[in-house]
Design a protein around this ligand. Structure first.
Ligand SMILES: Cc1cc2nc3c(=O)[nH]c(=O)nc-3n(C[C@H](O)[C@H](O)[C@H](O)COP(=O)(O)OP(=O)(O)OC[C@H]3O[C@@H](n4cnc5c(N)ncnc54)[C@H](O)[C@@H]3O)c2cc1C
Length: 408
């Protein structure tokens, strides 16, 4: 069966190690940090949202759209839950988002480490791989602790997303050295920065709404939920969900706008009628009094200013055109996106090792037999909500199983 050497001791590398070792392979895991699994500890605000009960192909993104699901199917959320239950993680569901019952990300890392120890996985920390050289009997790996020989190698080196827990871009360099193409890497699950100078006045507002991203005036992504307004732009889960697509459009030098709808559950066509009905109820209220109870004060103050509306005039005096302006500000609030926040603030990367160079069933390189890939180093990213870890567990499992079963 021979030995399998894994480069990277994150979520995908640890899963690959456990799967390969369970199948009987001798496993060595190389980790450049002084300990494995640093990024796992930051997940889910320290609670680790390790998967999600709702799964479908559209939860995952890649330039090669069918690729992620072919792997997720092989080790799905159900199998992930069982895998972790066996290791000791009792699941707690929050509307389908799964966490360990302990609410501690450290428990997830602890059980993975315990299992590696039980299966005699050799973990070498402070060991950075700088070159992978294929040869007749497998591979020679150049590392900061000397040369290591391996029959098969799994590259699970992660991505440079997140400053605190970032794994660097060594994975891309190692893959590129062996001829693999890299899909341009941009931040995803990240805040978006906007051009307008009014953001300081609405900073801190949290409001339910829909965000739609336009690239050169064409809608390329949309999502709903709690939008957060910051002193430089927009944030919150729905913004995170569309951020990778926006960042890619910016990378292509397209003009990117976000259109915010602050009342997405109401028919847009009848919205002006809704405002007119509301005016009829208390026509004597001033324009600013009229919006109290509908939206946060900072927001309607901004709309009054941007719409040039007469703040202290009775609301019944508003003309149709002014009501239309107000309706447009509430339902189609346009803002120019100048950039995504940098990789250091992103939860994941979009882009990575081009999956066209990787077998979609086994995760083996199409260029270098015996070399496998797992986790975020590949051009696959998921929605916010447990999907990126699910990708790490699924791809780690497949790569570990396949690498272990090849005859040395
Ligand atoms: C703040 C934050 C919160 C998140 N929350 C969630 C969440 O709740 N749910 C979710 O699903 N996802 C979440 N994610 C995303 C998720 O954590 C990652 O997608 C996942 O951990 C990636 O796993 P990985 O194994 O591919 O990479 P990593 O976990 O980054 O592991 C790669 C490892 O390889 C090592 N390495 C790199 N290069 C070398 C080298 N040359 N030699 C040796 N070792 C090397 C690195 O040090 C690292 O330990 C979050 C991410 C962040 C940053």
């Amino acid at each position: 069966m021979g030995n399998v050497t894994i480069i990277g001791g994150g979520a995908s590398g640890l899963t690959a190690a456990i799967t390969a070792a369970s199948a009987g392979a001798g496993v060595t895991l190389l980790e450049q940090n002084d300990r494995v699994g640093k990024k796992i500890l930051s997940t889910g605000n320290g609670r680790c949202n390790y998967t999600n009960l709702h799964q479908e192909p559209s939860c995952y993104h890649s330039e090669n759209p069918a690729f992620p699901w072919g792997i997720i199917r092989q080790f799905d959320a159900g199998e992930t839950i069982s895998f972790f239950k066996d290791l000791g993680i009792f699941p707690k569901s929050r509307e389908g988002y799964l966490y360990p019952n302990s609410d501690q990300a450290s428990s997830v890392l602890d059980v993975l480490r315990m299992e590696c120890r039980r299966l005699h996985v050799e973990i070498r920390t402070d060991c950075r791989c700088t070159k992978i050289r294929p040869d007749k009997s497998g591979f020679r790996l150049k590392t900061t602790s000397g040369e290591i020989r391996a029959h098969r190698v799994i590259l699970a080196a992660g991505s440079p997303a997140s400053a605190a827990a970032g794994s660097g871009d060594a994975g891309y360099t190692l893959a590129r050295q062996l001829g693999h193409r890299i899909v341009p890497v941009v931040p995803a699950l990240v805040q978006l920065r906007c051009r307008e100078d009014f953001y300081k006045s609405i900073s801190g507002v949290r409001v339910t709404g829909e965000v739609m991203i336009l690239a050169d005036q064409v809608c390329i992504a949309r999502d709903r939920g709690e939008i957060q307004l910051t002193n430089y732009g927009i944030s919150g889960i729905p913004v995170f969900q569309v951020s990778g697509t926006a960042a890619q459009a910016l990378y292509r030098r397209q003009s990117v706008k976000a259109v915010l709808d602050f009342m997405p559950d109401m028919e847009r066509e009848s919205f002006q009628d809704f405002l007119k009905e509301r005016i009829k109820i208390r026509p004597e209220k001033t324009v600013e009094e009229f919006l109290v109870g509908l939206f946060p004060k900072k927001l309607w103050n901004l709309w009054i200013r941007l719409g040039g509306l007469p703040r202290s005039q009775a609301v019944w005096t508003l003309k149709d055109g002014q009501i239309e302006t107000l309706a447009r500000l509430i339902r189609q609030f346009e803002t120019n996106v100048t950039s995504a926040n940098p990789l250091a603030q992103a939860q994941v990367c979009r882009g990575g090792v081009d999956t066209r160079d990787v077998d979609p069933e086994t995760l083996e390189s199409r260029l270098i037999p015996g070399l496998y890939f797992a986790g975020e180093v590949l051009d696959v990213d998921g929605l916010c909500g447990g999907y990126n870890l699910q990708w790490a567990w699924s791809s780690g499992h497949v790569a570990g199983k396949e690498a272990a079963h090849v005859k040395a």
